[in-house]
Design a protein around this ligand. Structure first.
Ligand SMILES: Nc1ncnc2c1ncn2[C@@H]1O[C@H](COP(=O)(O)OP(=O)(O)OP(=O)(O)O)[C@@H](O)[C@H]1O
Length: 446
């Protein structure tokens, strides 16, 4: 297919003062993303004792640009006010530590050649940011390097990992998924590296971990930002040496694996706050793919709706999304991202027009999607005294749990972390409950 020439706005970053001294260094913001800080691994390195290792990020956002503080000690300042994140315009002056960056229009526009495609396997997107990402993914897929995927929940990180694997020379080999956020800290080492019999209570037999099971293939470490701090050096060692040691065993075993990690956190922020090791972050972030949230690429919504209708065998039902409904959807912020949109399309196909964004206000600004589950179903609870008290109580609790979980998951658009926060439950416990009720498959729990 013939590539298409796209016009992309560019910014020029001019460092006018660095560590208190006047200077003039110019950098053009041509990529989607520039990391600024004192550490040499940043794209723009500032030699300033008041600038944090990872201080802020400048990124393309929609048609403009945004600056975001990633937990720096001394903050970023624009026009005398401290800002956490701000949309920026040419001639804006950003102060950090004893340094000043002036943002200029780099004769505005550059031309970029992008393949004229709206998908990468089962990932769809028409926005400039997604098409640029597809372009990056093409190249990443061919490489054998480890990859870090960053993006909010529901933006498609797992889908990206799967697509990368399918295009790699490891496609026919195992893909083992580990959800680092769903495994208790005491079990994570054994989950990743395996254990030998008797190495801890409950270890009744030798067991290979994810790295050994994936030998020759790929390990997908989901929610890597949740990995306990004490486990991080062990993972770093395994990544560097491509060797693992089962818990309770001193022998090292060679493994041939590619690691794809994903996180919904800004890992720079986690490093600044001491929750994530700097050395592991460098090791993982050599190749980083960032997936923008849906609210920053709303032009993808009509295409995604069409795609999900097609996937549901309802391509001819686009009348369910007339212009006024689509307009509402374009104004809504989609906190659950593409997953929430897919669920919304599914509900609409099943329930018809009345399912549409009932949770949104007329201005479309809401994060409360449609309630799921029949309200009041438990109100009509009948007491069966023919059954022993214990058994009858268990039956009621069981029914209550199931209805609660279905409604909760619906509210959170299937996002377990969000659901756990809402319900005030431990995420691991929620995973177990969901498994018990058959509401979630395959969580990596021991
Ligand atoms: N660009 C896209 N095109 C088509 N479907 C998508 C896209 N992005 C996400 N989806 C769909 O949205 C759902 C959520 O995607 P996925 O599980 O990959 O997200 P995630 O970022 O890994 O979420 P989490 O962080 O909560 O695990 C999936 O059903 C996936 O198919």
């Amino acid at each position: 297919m013939k590539p298409e020439i796209l016009r992309v706005p560019r910014l020029e970053l001019c460092v006018e003062r660095e560590g208190g001294k006047a200077t003039r260094r110019v950098m053009v913001l041509d990529s989607d993303f520039v990391r600024v800080g004192a550490h040499p691994s940043n794209d723009l390195v500032l030699s300033d004792r008041l600038v944090s290792r990872f201080h802020c990020i400048l990124e393309r956002s929609g048609q403009g640009f945004r600056v975001t503080d990633v937990g720096s000690l001394n903050g970023i300042w624009i026009g005398g006010a401290r800002v956490r994140d701000a949309d920026i315009q040419p001639e804006c002056v950003i102060e950090l530590g004893e340094s000043t960056i002036r943002v200029r229009d780099a004769s505005a526009i550059s031309e970029t050649e992008l393949p004229a495609v709206l998908s990468f396997g089962s990932l769809w997107g028409a926005s400039l940011s997604m098409r640029r990402m597809f372009h990056v993914l093409q190249r990443v897929a061919q490489a054998s390097s480890d990859v870090l995927i960053e993006g909010e929940n529901g933006t498609g990180k797992e889908l990206i990992a799967t697509e990368l694997v399918q295009r790699s020379n490891r496609a026919q080999k195992p893909l083992v998924i580990v959800d680092c956020g769903a495994i208790s800290p005491t079990l994570i080492e054994s989950e990743l590296f395996g254990h030998v019999r008797g190495s801890f209570t409950g270890a009744s037999r030798d067991r290979a971990g994810a790295f050994e099971e994936a030998d020759g293939g790929t390990v997908f470490l989901d929610e890597i930002g949740e990995l306990p701090l004490e486990m991080q050096p062990k993972l770093l060692r395994a990544l560097a040496s491509r060797e693992v040691r089962r818990v309770g065993e001193s022998r090292a075993r060679k493994v041939d694996i590619r690691v794809i990690a994903a996180t919904n956190r800004r890992l720079e922020r986690e490093v600044n706050s001491g929750r994530f090791r700097e050395d592991l972050y460098y090791r993982l972030s050599v190749v980083t793919v960032r997936v923008p949230p849906l609210r920053e690429r709303k032009e993808d919504i009509p295409l995604l709706v069409q795609h999900f209708l097609g996937a549901l065998g309802a391509s001819d039902r686009s009348e369910l999304f007339p212009p006024d409904v689509m307009d509402k959807m374009l104004r809504y912020d989609w906190p659950g991202n593409v997953r929430e949109l897919r669920n919304q399309v599914e509900r609409t196909v099943v329930l018809g027009g009345e399912a549409l964004l009932e949770g949104t206000h007329s201005d479309g600004q809401s994060s409360a999607p449609l309630e799921v589950g029949e309200p009041g179903a438990l109100d009509a609870m009948s007491v069966d005294i023919e059954r022993p008290f214990k058994e009858a109580k268990e039956a009621v609790v069981d029914r209550f749990e199931r209805e609660y979980l279905v409604a909760l998951l619906g509210w959170a658009s299937g996002n377990v972390s969000r659901a756990a926060r809402k319900a005030g439950l431990d995420r691991m416990y929620l995973h177990r409950l969901l498994q018990r009720h058959g509401l979630r498959r395959g969580a990596a729990l021991d």
